[in-house]
Design a protein around this ligand. Structure first.
Ligand SMILES: [Zn+2]
Length: 263
């Protein structure tokens, strides 16, 4: 039965990944994400249902438009595969729980933000603000009904929504100064994303998430400079590192801090 669920969530994840691709393509250009239906960006050929099966269609068409032969961006395939694996992982990690549903929503947001920041160096408010509202509503409802997810650190004496608010405030404070000091690669979008992460993870995990983002960002930037893929003048967006660090913190932050500081 578990295997069946894993396969099912892999397939659901692939389909959602295909939708995230559409969002990442159209949202930065202010286009509708619903219409028109998917089409080849080179020749306008409308993608039929058979050509729109996540992961498989890309392999079947060998990455080319059936009509004009234009190359289909590899990103479409990798995002579908990555989101499929992510959803299978989420099921394996959380089981069929409320946490699974909540974390899945946040992961979709983070993956979309990561892609858009990588490709356009922006973190659209159209994604960040709704994310903040979702996080506040969920933590508010959880506070009312006495529910707290496993991924936040239960402080025992506070309501979840208070945790969320403190987390958001810390995210704001921690990123505000660097955003004001270092113009290149970090901006208001990153500050807002850090607030969103704080609202989701609460205190103290938000500190871990930002620390991890700086760590991963520094390592990756170092490697890119060493390999001369990027020069010192290039701005490397910080948002993707924040997104990855936030997901890792949601998955493992709690266990990690409990291991680091056993009570
Ligand atoms: Zn085409």
């Amino acid at each position: 039965m578990t295997i069946l669920w894993l396969v099912l969530f892999f397939a659901i994840g692939a389909t959602i990944g295909s939708f995230i691709n559409v969002v990442a393509d159209r949202l930065p250009e202010d286009k509708s994400i619903i219409s028109p239906p998917s089409h080849c960006s080179a020749c306008g050929h409308q993608i039929s249902a058979g050509e729109n099966i996540p992961i498989l269609s890309y392999l079947w068409l060998r990455g080319h438009c059936r009509s004009c032969g234009a190359t289909i961006p590899q990103r479409l395939f990798w995002v579908e595969l990555g989101t499929a694996i992510l959803f299978a992982f989420l099921y394996w990690h959380y089981g069929l729980t409320w946490e699974f549903a909540m974390v899945a929503i946040y992961c979709c947001l983070f993956v979309a933000l990561l892609l858009i920041d990588l490709e356009h160096s922006i973190l659209p408010n159209k994604l960040v603000y709704p994310g903040m509202i979702i996080a506040l509503v969920i933590s508010g409802l959880g506070s009312i009904f006495g529910f707290e997810p496993v991924y936040i650190m239960g402080m025992g004496f506070r309501l979840w929504i208070v945790d969320a608010a403190i987390g958001g405030a810390i995210g704001l404070v921690l990123l505000l100064l660097p955003a004001l000091l270092y113009r290149g690669g970090m901006g208001w979008g990153d500050v807002k994303l850090a607030v969103l992460i704080g609202l989701i993870t609460g205190f103290p995990l938000v500190i871990l998430a930002i620390f991890l983002a700086v760590l991963i960002g520094g390592l990756v930037a170092g490697v890119l400079l060493l390999l001369k893929i990027k020069s010192r003048k290039d701005a490397i967006p910080f948002g993707p590192f924040l997104a990855v660090a936030a997901m890792a913190t949601i998955f493992w932050g709690n266990s990690f801090l409990n291991w680091l500081f056993p009570s």
